[in-house]
Each structure stands twice: as C-alpha cells, then as structure tokens.
Write a protein that binds this ligand. Structure first.
Ligand SMILES: [Zn+2]
Ligand SMILES: [Zn+2]
Length: 744
C-alpha cells in the first residue's frame, strides 16, 4: 500500500500572443486560466521549439498544444488566401481523431476549418480538404500511403505547414515506431521542399521524461515538459497477490486475477465506489463484468463491459452514463486507453499487471475526481513481471517509466522508406541528415536490386508501381499470412510470416478478437490460413527446435568470468509438431507438422558463463540446461521492465554448449528482422534487467517453477527442462561481477 498526497493546482495566466478570437472561444467553454504545464508547452511551441508534453491522464494536454496551433491558424485566416497557416494532427486511432475534431468544433473559432482525413474519406472531400482545410486530423498510414506520395497535390497545404501534432506518441514503439519515425522524417523532407519547417508537438501519456525516445521519433532534439500543474486528489495504491486456487491441491497456481478483480469490483460498487476494471483480454473483460453483475444481483445492471469497435454515439452514451453516475462499474481492456474519454472514477482495478509502468500510470490516471481521494488496486496474474512488481513496488513508484524504444536505423525498415522517399522526390546525399549515415549504402543495395536508379541528380524510383504499397507499417517488411474463413472466404486478418508457423499451423486453435477458430489448412505458397469458427474444447501449443549463430558482436562487457554481448545473430527455427491440451492442462496428443525451417537475422543480447563457473555454484551438471532455460524464460518475461516490449516481440534460445562461444550461452532477441530496439535497450540496462529477473524467480512462492516465474506460454519445448533453483544460482553468479548500468 502506498498513498500519493494530493497535488494542488498550479495555474498561469494566458500568454499575450494567443490570437484574440481563439482566447475568446476557449474562454467561452469555461476555461478561465491555464495550468502551468499548459502555458509552458504552449510558449515553447509558439517559439518554434519541438516539444513533448508528458503529463498525466486528464491533465489538459490537448489545450496545451491546441493554443499555439489554433492561434497560428486563426491568424492565418486573414491572409489573402484565407489560409496563412496549416497544421497536421496525427492520432493512432480514429476515435481519438474524432474526439479532437469534436473538441475543436465545439470552440467554434471563426474561419477555422478542421477536417478528418482517413481511408474512408471520399475523393471530393479529399480535394476540399487539400484546398481549404487549416487543420487535417489524420494518421501515419495516411501520410505514408496518400499525402506524401501525392505531395504535389498538397503543395498549397504543405507550403503553409506550421505545426505537426503527434498525439499518444508513446504507442509508436518497436517496429511500428521505427516506421512512424521514418514517415515523420519523410514529412520533414517533403515540407522542406516547399520551404516549410513545421514545429513538432508530441503528447505522451507517460509521465517520465522520455526526451531521448521522442527525439528518436522526430529525428531531432525535443524539449520535454513533465511537471503537471493540474490538481489531483490523494491516490492510494495497493498491489495484491491472490492466494492459491482452491481447486489446486499443490498450491502452485494462484487464484485467477480476473476472478479476484471481479470480487473487488463487486465489493467496491456495493460501497458506492464507482470503479473501472481493466483486464488484459476481451474474454477477461466479459468474465469480470459477468461475475460482478451476478454477484450484485438486482444492482447488476449498473455494471457494463466495454467492447472495442463501438460507434461514436455508443461511446458517448457510455461516457455520459459514467459521468452521471448511472453506471457504477465498467470493465474494459486497455484498448480503452485510446478510444474513450473517461476519467474521474473513484477506483481503478487492474486484473493483471498492464505490461509496463507507462500503462500502469495511464490506467491509474483514470482514478481521481478533482480533490477527492481515489484508489488503485493491481491484482497480480500468473506472470514473472506481476510477481516482481508486487514484491518490488519501488519498480513502479520510484523509477522512471521504461523507455518506449524504436530503431529507425534498422535496415529492414529503413530501406523500403528510402525507396518510398525516392519516389516522392529524388534522394540526394544531403538527405542523410534525415535518414542517417547508413543511407548511401542502402541506396546502393536498392539500385543493385533494380528498385532505384542512380542519376546525377540523385536516386530515383525505377519502377512503375508505388513503393508505399509494397510494405506494411505494422509488419516487419516480410511475408504475411492472411486468415481466411473457409465458409465465407472472408479475410479476418493477417499474421506476420514469422509468427504464422507457431500460431496458424494446420490444426491450430487460433483466437481472433476473442473468438476461437480452428485452422483447417495453412497454405504457405498462397500465404493463407483457412479457418472455421468454433471452440473444439482444447488449445494447441506449437513445438519447435531453435538454434542461433552469432553473426557479429557489436558491443560487449566482461563481467568477471562471464561476458555480456549485444550484436547481430541468425536464429533458425522449425516448428515440428503441436500439442492439444485440455483446459486442465492434460495433453490429448502430439501431432507432427511438416513445415520448413525459418531464418531470422536480428539483434540480440547474450550472456555466456564457462561451464566450470556454472557448476562451481553447486549446480548439478544434469540441471544446467534447465537452469539456463529457466533463466532465459524469466528474462524474456522481465524485459518489459526496461523496454516497452511485448513478450511476443521477443524470443530466446539457451544452450549448455554453443558452437560459436564454446560455453553455456543464453540469448534473448528481437523477434523482427533487423531488430526492433528492445534488446539494444536490454543491453544498456542489463544489470537492472537481470537482477529483476533473478528476484522474480527467487520471490515466487512455488517450489518447482510456475507461470509466475519460469514457465512461458510460448515455449517451443513445452517448458522442458526447467530448473528454478538452478536459474537463481546462475543469475547470482552472473550478477556478482556486473557493473552498475550506464543508464537505468
Ligand atoms: Zn513460480
Ligand atoms: Zn522455452
């Protein structure tokens, strides 16, 4: 338990530079004065400084960036063209863009035209937007596919481009973050072509100072404002580890976080405490809402489940019901973080650690109404991170949030953007200012492949089609497999090629948006997996064999007898069979699969320890493979502590004798070609990361290893062998001579 005292308001007067009609319009909505952080951000952006605003949920971030933007647009209305300045607002979801458009419309500033541009915008409307809109609300995909390739049509808009707002910038991480970072560089390059040099304003929900991350996203330094001047009541935090499940005589598995959270929400709602419960999956959300409703009996109708994909009117209704108090409890996935405007609840319950400190703070930020006190409870689920944070609250409260990393220098991501850039405007040597030092080498490779042509004036696109159509911003630039419903031939979605063998092999039970499907055939030549809906009553787990070669070590440290490296590796893996398992865990059978080997060249962090050193800890030689494997699993589970990775973005291999190193070796790697920046970050924070891994294993109350410490849901070996005590011995030995991290 821990309580943050209340924070008084800190206000500032309006800046004098705000255009009078803008101030009048905003004051008309009831805003009398600004919070200090709003003023600070607005002043910096007005002066042309790229700025990041990183304050809590409901701290009025929008107003901070809208002041300079709307002021510039409003002043531009009196220009001869009626459009002296323009701006772009980027949001990761439609819902967020729609909310922002509604907010701006509610100000009704004379002459300002804001318009949403997305994939569904009709052609006529697009033309109107290009010629007349002051503010375009859109998303990175649309910049990539439409605005940048057609920049000549957008010339009059781009010539006047003064601001680019990147909202929810913390979602741009990993491979997707690298793509967006390169789109923003392409935008700067094209804007410069029209003599425009827009100021960037980035809003991030994380409350620490991620100036390095924001700088990587924009490609130039960003000044961060993170002292929050908005008032907030005292918040009490509780971290809760459920007792063991009554059905489990071994005491090895805990009661589920979902059931425990439903009980908590029931108790809170009964006491008149308006509560929002976050669950990790849609199924979890349904279960929490169902259990709470059942427990509340006749009052059950005051509790709802929030499902994604609501229409705007439905969302507004839900928001209004919460605000009026008609709704006393709501269960939601963290998709809500982006889609709906809810804050000011009495209590927030989290069924499971939300993955990162950043998400934790964002979800917790939904609690607290004005100066009234609020409660936040995190209920630990079966996961090493949950175990760790419950036992080490300092990891949540006393350290900065994990860095949301991306690596725009990844050649697998950079090369297709260079091709896209060349098609927009020939690339010249000077463009390395945007694309980095590796640019020229990559351009030469694109010329060799016939994608680009080198001429005296630069590198030109050499093909007939459009480069932007050749790659997906969310994938890793390689093949994807379409999920096709056999009966209707409807495409439900896609799976990355890298993940397809393990998730949609023939016979797999595949969950798509919470609904189960069975894969009847995986056709690799056609790039499709055929599925039929239905739950067969069992789940499937792919088994695979993996190995890796070290291509090159870029950096390393000697830790006494051990070594830690960061570098390029080649991972070879082959899915060989799958298991069918009942919910009880009972295995129904193993079925062989005939799938080709896959190769992944990526970045990884690895550590080595001579066998004699490992055995000197008292470890039995027979337990060495299990100890390494257990340490590998837990360290993958703990990586989100230092980099905002998802467990599924990361892979690992451990071996008691590696041919390249000649000694026991554990590698953890980015699961995307060329890497995603996560393991680079892990290397930089290796001591923090591995010490936390050691604690997560040692603190877990199980005897032989469980999902809360060393078991992994994605293990290709069926979690065999695993040696929990051995993993602690090895990590203790490894950390004995580890230096303090250069950065934390
Ligand atoms: Zn355990
Ligand atoms: Zn494993």
């Amino acid at each position: 338990m821990r309580t943050d005292p209340d924070r008084p308001a800190s206000s500032a007067p309006w800046p004098t530079w705000v255009h009078a009609p803008v101030r009048a319009a905003i004051e008309g909505t009831g805003v009398r004065e600004l919070w200090t952080h709003q003023r600070h951000v607005a002043d910096l952006a007005h002066e042309g400084v790229d700025v990041g605003i990183c304050t809590g949920t409901a701290s009025g971030k929008s107003l901070a960036y809208l002041l300079p933007v709307l002021s510039a647009l409003s002043e531009g209305v009196s220009a001869p063209t009626g459009r002296g300045a323009t701006a772009i607002y980027l949001a990761p979801t439609k819902a967020l863009g729609a909310d922002q458009e509604a907010r701006i419309a509610s100000y009704a500033i004379p002459g300002i035209r804001a318009a949403t541009l997305d994939g569904d915008t009709p052609t006529d409307e697009r033309r109107w937007i290009r010629e007349h809109a002051h503010l375009v609300l859109t998303n990175p995909d649309l910049l990539h596919h439409t605005l940048l390739p057609q920049h000549e049509r957008w010339a009059s808009f781009l010539r006047r481009l003064r601001y680019v707002v990147v909202d929810e910038s913390h979602v741009y991480k990993g491979v997707f973050g690298a793509h967006v970072a390169l789109i923003l560089r392409r935008l700067q390059r094209i804007a410069a072509r029209y003599s425009a040099s827009p100021t960037f304003v980035l809003a991030s929900a994380t409350s620490a100072a991620p100036s390095e991350q924001l700088g990587r996203l924009v490609g130039r330094p960003v000044q961060v404002v993170d002292e929050d001047g908005s008032p907030h009541g005292a918040t009490t935090y509780a971290l809760w580890e459920p007792g063991s499940a009554p059905s489990d005589p071994t005491g090895e598995s805990r009661r589920s976080a979902v059931a425990e959270s439903a009980d908590l929400m029931t108790a809170l709602v009964r006491r008149g405490v308006q509560t929002l419960t976050f669950a990790r999956s849609r199924v979890g959300v349904e279960v929490v809402a169902e259990m709470t409703r059942a427990a509340l009996g006749s009052d059950g109708s005051t509790v709802a489940a929030y499902r994604g994909g609501y229409l705007p009117e439905e969302r507004r209704e839900l928001e209004a019901a919460l605000r009026s108090g008609a709704l006393r409890g709501l269960a939601a996935t963290n998709a809500l973080e982006l889609g709906i405007d809810i804050s000011g609840l009495d209590a927030v319950v989290m069924a499971g650690w939300p993955g990162t400190v950043a998400s934790f703070r964002q979800q917790a930020g939904r609690a607290g109404r004005g100066a009234a006190p609020s409660l936040v409870v995190m209920v630990a689920a079966d996961d090493p991170l949950d175990t760790f944070v419950t036992h080490h609250p300092a990891a949540i409260f006393d350290r900065p949030v994990e860095q949301a990393v991306c690596d725009p220098a990844n050649p697998y991501v950079l090369a297709p953007h260079l091709a896209a850039a060349a098609a927009e405007l020939p690339v010249t040597v000077a463009d390395s200012a945007y694309f980095g030092d590796d640019m020229v080498g990559l351009l030469a490779a694109l010329v060799a492949r016939g994608v680009l042509r080198r001429r005296p004036r630069g590198w030109f696109w050499a093909r007939e089609d459009r480069p932007a159509d050749h790659f997906s911003l969310r994938g890793s630039g390689e093949d994807v497999v379409r999920i096709v419903e056999t009966r209707t031939a409807r495409v439900l979605g896609t799976v990355d090629g890298a993940r397809s063998h393990t998730t949609v092999h023939t016979g797999a039970v595949y969950t798509h948006q919470g609904a189960p499907f069975v894969v009847t055939a995986l056709d690799l030549d056609d790039g499709s997996a055929h599925v039929v809906p239905g739950d067969p009553g069992w789940s499937t787990m792919a088994r695979s064999v993996s190995s890796f070669d070290i291509v090159s070590s870029h950096r390393h440290e000697v830790w006494g007898d051990c070594e830690l490296h960061f570098g390029t590796i080649r991972v070879r893996s082959q899915v060989t069979s799958f298991l069918r398992r009942l919910p009880s865990g009972e295995v129904l059978g193993e079925h062989p699969l005939d799938l080709p080997e896959r190769e992944l060249v990526t970045r990884g962090v690895w550590w080595t320890m001579p066998e004699s050193v490992a055995l000197a800890t008292g470890l039995d030689p027979a337990d060495l493979p299990g100890a390494l494997h257990a340490a590998e699993h837990a360290s993958i589970g703990m990586l989100p502590l230092v980099a905002q990775s998802d467990r599924w973005d990361i892979g690992g291999v451990s071996t008691a004798l590696h041919p390249d190193t000649g000694v026991p070796t554990v590698v953890v790697y980015d699961g995307h070609p060329g890497g995603a920046g996560f393991t680079e970050r892990a290397y930089a924070a290796a001591r923090t990361w591995l010490a936390a891994t050691r604690s997560a294993i040692a603190d877990c109350s199980c005897a032989h290893g469980c999902p809360s410490c060393v078991q992994s849901p994605k293990c290709g070996n069926g979690n065999e062998p695993l040696d929990k005590p051995g993993a602690v011995l090895l990590l203790d030995r490894l950390l004995r001579d580890a230096p303090v991290d250069g950065e934390g």
